[in-house]
Design a protein around this ligand. Sequence first.
Ligand SMILES: [Zn+2]
Ligand SMILES: [Zn+2]
Length: 128
Amino acid sequence: MCVLDCDESPEVWLETERKARKEHICSSCCRVVDAGEKYLAHFSVYDGRSWIGKLCCDCVSDRAKFAEAHGGILCFPSELRNVLVDCIAEGDDESEMWRSMLDRIKARGLAVAGVSHAPSRPRDSGTN
Ligand SMILES: [Zn+2]
Ligand SMILES: [Zn+2]
């Protein structure tokens, strides 16, 4: 198991499970969270920098699995792919498992590619 970069704990870590009232995009896999579906809204401040993200229910469970194998440390939604890539690069015993998880995450995003996302419509990214 690789060691996640976490010498400091975040100043703020807020995660709320919400029911989507409109479509959202998962910060990890980029798939669309449909209205009515549950997702996780993330807000944190780490080292003076704020992080905002959303996770679809699939990515929530993937991240939980990854955290379980890494001392319970949860990563930022937008960093899930990166930490998987790093962990795979370490080539530890479990890296095959993370490789298939990463493929799964990528596949979720690809599944919606080509579907109209109406990017012209402003989204509540939360970043002012
Ligand atoms: Zn690892
Ligand atoms: Zn996702």
